[in-house]
Design a protein around this ligand. Structure first.
Ligand SMILES: Cc1cc2nc3c(=O)[nH]c(=O)nc-3n(C[C@H](O)[C@H](O)[C@H](O)COP(=O)(O)OP(=O)(O)OC[C@H]3O[C@@H](n4cnc5c(N)ncnc54)[C@H](O)[C@@H]3O)c2cc1C
Length: 491
């Protein structure tokens, strides 16, 4: 049996950070296991082809179960399956975690995850070290010096003129020299991959974790010749994402006893919170026929974002993201004009990740319950009205044309129907295996799985509260902090 100090499951955004940081100590051995290939196709690196990039070779091909809040529609639910994970298929937008969101995490029981604790980790993600030495490796977003297009400048001006929007900005993108930078590119450059204490095994899928009593002793991985046991003498770190990690825990008998009973899996730890409280940001498109062409600097589709906060709300509940001409949603014609997506960044809806059956090759049942809570639809109705006011701004006169989606809807009722017909997912699953102090939180605040020794989860599933921006930078900061916690635990 192969044996390592640490076995990391999932070479996605969080897993690449962990592998890089933990293998800095030459005294420990680290194995990173990724189900997908070590490299994706060349198209994956072309920022202008984003919509086309969600291609079969590099994602899991999952869909949601029918969503009652969307009139029973099922949504394609891509998640990266390649070294780099979802950072290889995402929209490349990198926005920092809001300190007020971390207050919300602490209020949800995540003691020690306040803004002060996360700040140095977030700084390391961006290459800022301890003030004297730069942190390496790190991501390079925002170091491009690309200037905003006329469309982006006009939109930021229109948003700033309107009193309801804040944080209007041309945001950073994970694009370096005109190419997508995945987290694998950033954190696992050849110099890191050459470390003798780091092993990367791609195209290897973990079926379940291996338990001996209450200790996790390794993982069972599917290989062409059967299931292989790989040992972890210190810890197994699940970084398989907000769908993948709860799925592995459930398959290992760690989860709600009633659900495990339904699918015929023996219960190792009755943990009701595993796969519960799945959250996602609902996304509502607002599309205009072009007046004149709205382009972006990088060829990437979305340069500007802002948050919408009405006077009676304690914090923003909707983010606006710009869309420019030429964006090619997967399987659809090029985007006709300019527009926005309006995203519920503080959803009240809560969904689940469940197993279909005990077959490890079956797709999990993914239910983000998009717009399941009526207030999520109401905030989108209000957001469409607020966005139409922005479109009416003189700054945008050269660009605007007729509204195509949601089109002519204007009353509350018409707008809500349009929302339920046209809203979708912003592809931001999180919270399905949260840390906290509540009895049903599956993880302790050091991200260890309650009831099991030597097992942690480190990815988007651990997020216990609000994420008011696109979550990637937050996931990377979580992984940086987790690496610190794991290193400290070693003494
Ligand atoms: C289409 C899309 C667009 C997005 N756009 C943005 C954006 O522009 N900005 C932003 O901030 N966020 C964006 N996100 C979200 C962001 O990319 C994710 O929140 C983040 O990458 C999640 O990181 P993770 O480590 O939790 O999971 P992932 O990066 O998904 O990594 C999980 C990894 O585990 C592997 N894995 C899973 N199961 C197993 C198994 N059984 N065995 C072995 N390996 C396994 C997977 O193949 C994958 O590589 C987007 C996401 C998607 C899908």
């Amino acid at each position: 049996m192969h044996q390592f100090d640490y076995v990391i499951v999932g070479g996605g955004s969080a897993g690449c950070v962990l592998a890089s940081r933990l293998s800095e100590d030459t005294a420990v051995t680290v194995l990173l296991i990724e189900a997908g290939d070590p490299d994706g196709p060349a198209l994956m690196r072309d920022p202008s082809a984003w919509g086309d990039q969600v291609i079969p070779e590099i994602h899991w091909g999952s869909s949601t179960v029918p969503q009652p809040g969307l009139g029973g529609r099922s949504l394609p639910y891509p998640r990266g399956k390649v070294l780099g994970g979802s950072s290889a298929i995402n929209g490349m937008i990198l926005l920092p975690t809001l300190p007020s969101d971390l207050d919300d995490w602490v209020a949800n029981g995540a003691m020690g995850w306040d803004a002060d604790a996360l700040a140095p980790c977030a700084a390391r993600v961006r290459g800022l070290g301890d003030g004297q030495t730069p942190a390496t490796p790190s991501v390079h977003a925002g170091q491009q010096g690309v200037s905003a297009t006329p469309f982006a400048s006009a939109l930021v001006a229109a948003l700033k003129d309107d009193g309801l929007w804040h944080d209007a900005q041309v945001h950073d993108l994970m694009i370096v020299d005109g190419r997508r930078e995945t987290v694998a590119d950033a954190y696992l450059p050849p110099s890191v991959l050459a470390r003798p204490n780091l092993t990367v095994r791609a195209a290897t899928s973990v079926v379940r974790v291996a338990l001996s009593g209450d200790r996790c002793i390794g993982v069972e991985a599917a290989t062409p010749t059967g299931v292989e046991l790989i040992g972890a003498s210190r810890e197994v770190l699940l970084a398989a994402g907000a769908i993948g990690s709860p799925r592995i825990l459930l398959a290992s008998g760690i989860g709600p006893a009633d659900h495990l009973g339904e699918v015929g899996i023996e219960v190792a730890v009755d943990s009701p919170g595993v796969g519960a409280r799945l959250q996602d940001h609902a996304k509502q498109p607002l599309v205009l026929r072009p007046g004149s062409t709205a382009t972006t600097s990088h060829g990437q589709f979305a340069e500007v974002s802002a948050l919408l906060q009405t006077a009676d709300e304690p914090h923003a509940r909707v983010q606006l993201l710009s869309l420019a001409s030429g964006f090619k949603p997967a399987g659809a014609p090029p985007f006709p004009g300019f527009g926005f997506v309006l995203n519920v960044i503080d959803p009240m809806s809560r969904g689940t990740v469940r197993l279909r059956d005990s077959d490890p090759s079956s797709q999990p049942l993914i239910d983000p319950d998009i717009l399941g809570d009526p207030s999520d639809a109401s905030v989108l109705v209000a957001a469409i009205r607020a966005a139409r006011d922005v479109i009416a701004s003189p700054h945008l006169a050269p660009f605007r044309g007729e509204e195509l989606v949601p089109g002519h809807a204007s009353t509350d009722d018409e707008l809500e129907q349009a929302v339920r017909r046209t809203a979708g997912t912003y592809f931001h699953p999180y919270g399905s295996c949260r840390m906290g102090q509540a009895p049903d939180a599956p993880l302790d605040v050091d991200l260890s799985v309650r009831g099991v020794i030597g097992l942690r989860v480190v990815d988007a599933s651990v997020i216990p509260g609000r994420v008011s921006v696109n979550p990637h930078a937050t996931v990377l900061a979580i992984a940086e902090r987790a690496a610190d916690l794991i290193t400290q635990a070693r003494g």
